[in-house]
Write a protein that binds this ligand. Structure first.
Ligand SMILES: Cc1cc2nc3c(=O)[nH]c(=O)nc-3n(C[C@H](O)[C@H](O)[C@H](O)COP(=O)(O)OP(=O)(O)OC[C@H]3O[C@@H](n4cnc5c(N)ncnc54)[C@H](O)[C@@H]3O)c2cc1C
Length: 460
């Protein structure tokens, strides 16, 4: 007997980066898909994450350009920020991408279900009383901005969700958390004219990066007069008509117009029926094997609900992987350390592969070689007026294990870094490749020339 028409090959719960990528790839492979989304197709990244923050950062770069114009012999003055104008630009970018994505989902013949779904059986998602059955289920419900115990969001105390729609430039901001999101907002608000202080409990800003990058980032922020306190934990915060008042565990106090809480993102899995169906949860995260299978029936999970890097392109890759897995293509598993990471602040930080410390832990201190190539020797970086470096980590007589960079626009250079690391290239292989002059990419080429023992424009 034929299946009832409501049985799909795949039901995807959540239409963010992970979920929609799985849906698009699965339909390309001839599978039928229902995609359930409670809010907006595109999820956090498109509407409240990657895209809006990068639009703000671009506006911030233009503001800096106007302020610094004299340095380049250009007569321009910075008169201020029109937040309504910034939002119109940002929302225009989101709107165009949103429309494009909706078109893609339609063109792929995906059954798009608007509503809040719950897993009510190992093969069934319920949305507003209607049941959608799938031979396979993909959980992709993403994440939410966390706060700390006793720190209530509201008024002057906000997460990135509210910060992205703030209708004014704050006169001053305290940012709790010096990771990627906190550092990016610090960069934007400083460029827009706010007085910014970051509070980070760990010893460094961007603490997940190679320590050399974290330290260089701190130097750059100090130079930009972005204040920060590291290594001391937050204790409490209050707010009144005058502003927010923050106290740290060492007794230090800070006052500002607003407080941005950027202390990480938690998995959105509560009350969705996952545990009831036998899916293993650890502090709310869905535990899977390396093939992203939950161990229960044909249930898979992708994106921010799976422990690891919470990045959109990881979600895309995992979504594609699971679609191909279900289609029987046996795709190669995703190597987490091979996923590139970028902090899009000024300066940018970009890395792929393992840090020097991790490489030494894995291979032993004597088996690891590192090289730093200073952007001072890179023509294009000098033209842009940026400072920074490329740091290479390699196994002695072995392949490149990590590429780490800091400087304006280095996020765009990580594409080459990721090929080098993921293809396990040897420095000698890369040193033989000709890089265009004058580009910032050339800094990677020069770093490899130096590592291969034949430096060109390398200054110590
Ligand atoms: C401020 C900020 C900046 C960021 N910048 C970057 C960046 O520059 N680069 C980068 O790679 N990553 C960035 N990220 C992270 C990126 O946004 C996430 O890693 C990515 O969105 C995760 O994709 P996902 O599919 O797992 O979840 P999400 O994008 O969160 O999507 C999950 C979707 O599921 C839906 N959903 C949840 N529960 C249900 C339910 N019960 N029924 C139906 N639908 C449901 C939600 O509405 C949502 O649309 C940023 C995040 C933030 C917050």
């Amino acid at each position: 007997m034929a299946d009832s028409p409501t049985v799909f090959d795949i039901v995807v719960l959540g239409g963010g980066s992970g979920g929609y990528a799985a849906a698009l790839r699965a339909t390309e492979l001839g599978l039928s898909v229902a995609l359930v989304e409670a809010e907006k197709l595109g999820g956090t990244c498109l509407h409240w994450g990657c895209i809006p923050t990068k639009a703000l950062l671009h506006a911030a770069e233009l503001a800096d350009g106007a302020k610094d114009s004299e340095k380049y012999g250009v007569k321009a003055t910075f008169e201020g920020i029109d937040m309504a104008g910034v939002h119109a630009y940002k929302d225009g970018v989101i709107g165009r991408l949103y429309k494009g994505l909706q078109g893609l989902v339609k063109a792929h013949g995906i059954t798009y279900v608007e509503g809040y779904g719950r897993l009510v059986g190992p093969d069934t998602v319920e949305v507003d009383g209607a049941r959608y059955q799938g031979r396979n289920i993909i959980l992709a419900t993403g994440s939410y901005a966390k706060t700390l115990p006793g720190l209530e969001i509201g008024g002057r105390i906000m997460t990135s969700d509210q910060a992205l729609t703030l209708d004014r430039v704050p006169s001053s901001a305290i940012i709790l958390g010096g990771g990627v999101i906190g550092s990016e907002f610090a960069s934007v608000w400083k460029s827009f004219g706010a007085d910014v202080t970051i509070i980070e409990a760990l010893p460094h800003l961007v603490p997940n990066e190679d320590e050399a990058l974290s330290k260089a980032f701190e130097r750059a922020y100090r130079k930009r007069k972005i204040n920060f306190s590291t290594g001391v934990r937050f204790q409490s915060a209050t707010q009144d008509d005058q502003g927010v008042h923050v106290t740290l565990e060492d007794g230090k106090t800070f006052d500002a117009d607003i407080l941005l809480v950027a202390v990480g993102r938690g998995p959105r899995t509560d009350g969705l029926g996952y545990g009831e169906q036998g899916v293993t949860l650890d502090r709310g995260f869905v535990i899977t094997n390396e093939r992203l299978h939950t161990g229960v029936a044909n249930i898979y999970a992708v994106g921010d609900i799976v422990p690891g890097l919470q990045l959109a392109h990881r979600g895309f890759a995992q979504g594609i992987f699971v679609a191909e897995e279900i289609a029987g293509l046996s795709p190669a598993t995703i190597v987490e350390s091979g996923i590139p990471r970028v902090t899009y602040s000024e300066p940018e930080v970009a890395s792929v592969g393992v840090t020097e410390a991790k490489a030494k832990e894995l291979h032993g201190d004597d088996a690891v070689e590192v090289l730093e190539y200073n952007l001072g020797g890179n023509g294009r970086s000098q033209i842009l007026g940026t400072a920074g470096f490329v740091k290479l980590v390699r196994q002695k007589d072995g392949p490149v294990l990590g590429v780490h960079m800091i400087g304006a626009r280095v996020g765009e250079l990580i594409a080459e870094g990721q090929l080098i690391v993921n293809w396990e290239a040897y420095p000698e292989d890369v040193a033989g490749l000709v890089h265009a002059h004058p580009t910032q990419n050339e800094a990677i080429g020069e770093a490899f020339l130096a590592l291969a023992g034949k430096p060109l424009h390398a200054h110590n």
